[in-house]
Ligand binder design. Structure first.
Ligand SMILES: CCCCCCCCCCCCC/C=C/C(=O)SCCNC(=O)CCNC(=O)[C@H](O)C(C)(C)COP(=O)(O)OP(=O)(O)OC[C@H]1O[C@@H](n2cnc3c(N)ncnc32)[C@H](O)[C@@H]1OP(=O)(O)O
Length: 923
């Protein structure tokens, strides 16, 4: 009975997994998937839970089905267009309203996952949204209820926000910020000023083109001339209707960056800009009507932490964003390594590169790091949720303060750890995929470049690590004075055993002994205590030698405080992951692989500190080092057959991953990607010179992909340039699909550019239909079907079919919209037959005449309907909204449709430095 029940439960589980997580397409990766020791679906369910998987699926499929999110082929959109597209997409996200407040309260991890899903798709978009609705809005929400109307405007996108802390000459050193906000008693206003060019706000995300408001950090001056320190203010920088700068504000874009170029980073200078007194975000302090400074936080340092408290949230999020990059890069490189065969034991036999020890050693420790950091970032986010609840409910107890400090110390080190790990991994993955890794279409370069700012924004990594080491060193007083202590999250509780731990030694006596994460964990605990002692001693020595605090600290970073902060955060990540993977509630089938990951992450991270382990006497002799190295290699080997399944758990759907070599099937559609690249770069860079693209398609399935490529390109471009398109299809291979074969063969003997144009358009229509999953019978479907199933007698001899597509894009779009293509086909076809009566056999001509007649009927039937109507009927997004050319009038429609205020008046001429348009008379 029990076994029947278990069986039923297993079947139910399997069914629910299959429903949420469809099987991957068959391909070369199957051989590894079959070898995996666990079910990737069970793992995905265990790590995420059904609710989150459903939620992620919803986001992914919404993006995939919305033409506005169609990938830009070739990824070389001009920066202005990319920024514009990013902004439109950001607006669209508000329409989707993926998460309502109720859902958010029930499961805050949903917002965390939503952000990461968007980042997987495109980091510029993700950061733009975060800056607007998180970094800008966060301090406003925390400040006071009086800003409720502003928050409402944020979520309605009536205003667009940015966070202006950084200045041209001061980035990480926030105390040095020089923008001023001086209170004017007579008008009850603050006057904002940029004292000189170096104090200009700089590199501020969203500020370049789109932001209308900013949370501005400035030194607050009271009328008595006293500087009260750093405070934040809500300042309007652009008119919400015209997007022209407000009086006294000079604002613009900073130019191209290394990555994230869809995001408009800007600068701003302020000259006597007046804002109402109420616009101070009174988190740290406020000013009375008489101009007296008041703050509930008496200590200046504490006030400073309160003013910067919101940055911890950002650093936690950046830990997760970086981990997501790690996951993306690994998914691509592991799939590629498993599918790609090169060299081998004999000349005839090439083996997957994943079989090579070096490749395993290069990639699998990063895979383990991705799992460990993924768990850690989630758990840290949950800690933050607890802390933030306290902020919102105005908790002022000791625990809340201690929690804030601990989270600050953790996030100040986890951001460096995760962003550096992702950075190194992206480069390793790039190289591990050879030349393919270097191709932009495979995305590893973008992942690397888009991850890069994670090392810098919200505080330079090396500067932030000092915050963590300061925090750790601050516990030395308790240790020295033997005062009992603990922290709210318990991360420093190992220091309670400081003296005892310092006496520990490496005790494993075999490689097998090292195969559990408890071994590196013990070593890490010792390392943290040792580095803490060494840093503290060094600091004391420097001070005793007469150096100032500043100099002493400066001399204690390298090899001491910096290493301490890194060791501490690695130990914390490992501790949490070790506890998680060794929990008895882990499903038995997943335990071995999860434990292997935990051990590999621990040993591999620890191996970078081997010198210190020997230097401090924790390890001695040959064996510890040898054991650790051999255990790493053994774990890599053991995980090798699980690697693809582990990558499958981390990878988003193909559309989101957007990497030709990272496809779930393991079969890169390289030729399609090549078309996209060539197509887009020709369109973009040589508008006047039509390019010729010549490819040979290998399978029927690729025709659909080709069509998708054309369609997506059409969706992304203004379609104003000429395109010449040439496709060669292997007919022999295509016989597996009658529809495609017939459709192609029909035109074989009469091939001419123009006739083929109509073919392409008909094919496009077929794709449109398919992409909207139009399954029910409809007159439209019938028409298309008839059109692509010409009579059976149509035959041909050659294996190859050739198609050339040569038309101005605008016209092409027109064809798509109004079925001009069919008319064009008819007239051109007539011309062809007139001028070249031997174009085909008699039968072919009969066939063509049949098609011609049918096409005439088709045109007549469609005449009364505009393409817009036709598309609407199919449920396809209006083409007008997809267009991103110079004509921005669509913006007006799009905005008014969805009730957005920003561009509601933008329709006519260009504003300076901003490609958006405004209507004359509106300014
Ligand atoms: C769920 C929704 C999510 C939404 C949010 C998501 C965000 C996503 C992020 C993506 C964003 C990308 C775009 C990024 C934009 C930016 O980067 S904008 C800003 C960039 N600039 C910075 O981040 C500034 C970095 N510098 C600092 O934070 C500080 O200057 C410093 C380096 C941390 C402090 O240095 P210093 O001047 O030496 O001061 P100290 O003496 O060390 O500090 C004084 C005390 O204050 C404590 N403290 C400092 N910061 C905090 C904090 N955040 N929280 C709590 N406490 C803090 C510090 O520990 C000191 O305390 P004591 O040791 O007790 O004295």
């Amino acid at each position: 009975m029990a076994s029947t029940l278990n069986q039923k439960e297993a079947t139910d589980n399997q069914n629910s997994w299959d429903r949420l997580l469809p099987d991957f397409p068959k391909g070369p990766l199957c051989r590894y998937r079959k070898k995996a020791s666990f079910s990737w679906k069970e793992m995905a369910m265990f790590l995420n839970g059904e609710d989150i998987i459903q939620f992620k699926n919803r986001i992914f499929s919404s993006l995939e089905n919305d033409p506005l999110f169609a990938h830009h082929p070739g990824e070389d959109l001009r920066r202005e267009k990319y920024q514009e597209l990013t902004f439109l997409r950001c607006k669209r996200l508000f329409e989707y309203d993926f998460l309502n407040q109720q859902e958010l309260l029930e499961n805050p991890l949903k917002i965390f996952n939503m952000i990461l899903c968007l980042g997987m798709y495109d980091w510029s978009l993700c950061i733009q949204l975060l800056l607007h609705s998180g970094v800008f809005t966060g301090p406003i929400i925390s400040a006071s209820r009086r800003f409720a109307h502003i928050v409402k405007q944020v979520y309605n996108m009536e205003i667009f926000g940015c966070f202006a802390l950084t200045e041209l000459s001061h980035g990480s050193n926030t105390k040095g910020i020089r923008t001023t906000a001086t209170f004017d008693r007579s008008t009850q206003e603050f006057i904002i000023n940029t004292p000189d060019f170096e104090a200009a706000k700089f590199l501020v995300g969203n500020m370049g083109k789109h932001a209308t408001h900013t949370v501005l950090y400035a030194q607050l001056y009271t009328p008595d001339g006293q500087c009260q320190g750093l405070h934040s203010f809500l300042v309007q920088i652009r008119d919400t209707k015209t997007l022209l700068p407000m009086p006294g504000v000079m604002v613009g874009d900073v130019g191209k960056k290394v990555g994230q170029n869809g995001l408009d980073n800007g600068f701003a200078m302020f000259h006597n800009v007046r804002i109402p007194k109420e616009n101070i975000l009174n988190i740290a302090g406020d000013v009375t009507a008489e101009g007296k400074y008041s703050s509930s936080v008496k200590d200046v340092k504490e006030r400073f932490s309160a003013a910067l408290g919101s940055l911890s949230n950002g650093r936690i999020m950046i830990t997760a964003l970086s981990t997501t990059n790690l996951k993306l890069a690994l998914a691509i490189a592991i799939r590629f390594s498993a599918a790609r065969c090169q060299f081998g034991p004999t000349e005839d036999e090439e083996i997957p590169v994943l079989e090579y020890q070096t490749q395993q050693w290069r990639l699998l420790p990063y895979l383990a790091a991705a799992y460990a950091l993924d768990y850690f970032s989630k758990s840290l986010f949950e800690n933050f949720v607890e802390f933030y609840a306290g902020v919102l409910t105005k908790q002022r107890n000791q625990r809340q303060a201690d929690l804030g400090r601990e989270i600050h110390a953790l996030s100040a080190a986890s951001k460096p750890l995760a962003s550096w790990t992702a950075q190194q991994a992206a480069q390793e993955c790039r190289e591990a995929c050879g030349g393919h890794g270097y191709l932009a279409m495979n995305r590893l370069g973008d992942i690397r470049n888009d991850n890069d700012p994670n090392c810098t924004y919200e505080g330079d990594n090396n500067v932030l690590l000092q915050q963590t080491s300061n925090y750790l060193i601050s516990w030395m007083n308790c240790i020295r004075d033997k005062v009992p202590f603990e922290s709210p999250l318990g991360t420093i509780n190992i220091l309670q055993d400081y003296h005892h731990i310092l006496g520990w030694k490496f005790t494993a006596v075999s490689v097998e002994d090292c195969m559990d994460s408890s071994v590196p964990l013990a070593a890490y605990k010792w390392l943290v205590c040792y580095l803490l002692r060494e840093s503290y001693l060094k600091l004391s020595k420097e001070k005793q030698a007469g150096l100032s605090d500043f100099e002493a600290k400066n001399n204690c970073q390298v090899y001491y405080c910096r290493s301490l902060a890194i060791a501490f955060i690695e130990q914390t990540v490992l501790q949490r992951y070790h506890d998680y993977t060794h929990d008895p509630t882990v499903p038995p089938a997943l335990q071995p692989v999860l434990k292997n990951l935990s051990a590999l992450y621990g040993l591999w991270s620890l191996s970078k500190h081997l010198a210190m382990l020997y230097q401090g006497g924790y390890a001695s002799g040959e064996q510890p080092g040898r054991f650790i190295q051999n255990a790493i290699l053994e774990l890599c080997y053991r995980l090798k057959d699980d690697a693809v399944a582990l990558a499958d758990v981390l990878a988003p759907p193909d559309f989101i991953l957007n990497s030709a070599i990272g496809k779930a099937s393991g079969e890169p559609d390289l030729c399609i990607e090549m078309i996209k690249i060539s197509f887009s770069s020709e369109v973009n860079n040589k508008p006047e010179v039509p390019g010729v693209f010549y490819i040979r398609l290998l399978r029927v399935a690729e025709i659909d992909l080709l069509i998708r490529a054309i369609l997506q390109t059409g969706a992304c471009y203004s379609l104003q340039y000429s395109i010449q398109f040439r496709v060669e299809i292997d007919i022999k291979e295509t016989t597996e699909s009658t529809a495609v074969w017939m459709r192609l063969s029909l035109y074989h003997h009469v091939a001419s550019k123009e006739v083929m144009l109509s073919l392409a358009v008909l094919t496009l229509r077929e794709d449109l239909k398919a992409s909207t999953a139009l399954t029910q019978h409809s007159p439209r479907q019938e028409l298309v079907t008839k059109q692509i199933h010409p009579p059976q007698e149509c035959r041909f001899n050659s294996r190859f079919f050739s198609l050339t597509f040569n038309t101005p894009c605008r016209q092409w779009q027109c064809y798509l919209q109004h079925f001009e293509a069919i008319k064009c086909y008819l007239s051109l076809h007539e011309n062809l037959l007139n001028t070249n009566p031997d174009a085909g056999s008699k039968k072919d001509i009969e066939v063509l005449e049949n098609v011609q007649r049918r096409a005439m009927e088709l045109v007549k039937e469609l005449k009364h309907e505009s393409c817009e109507e036709w598309l609407r009927e199919l449920g396809v997004f209006s083409l007008g909204k997809r267009r991103l050319g110079d004509d921005h009038s669509y913006l007006k429609g799009a905005c008014s449709n969805i009730g957005l205020g920003i561009f509601s008046q933008i329709i006519s001429y260009k504003t300076r430095g901003n490609s958006l348009k405004i209507m004359p008379g509106e300014v």
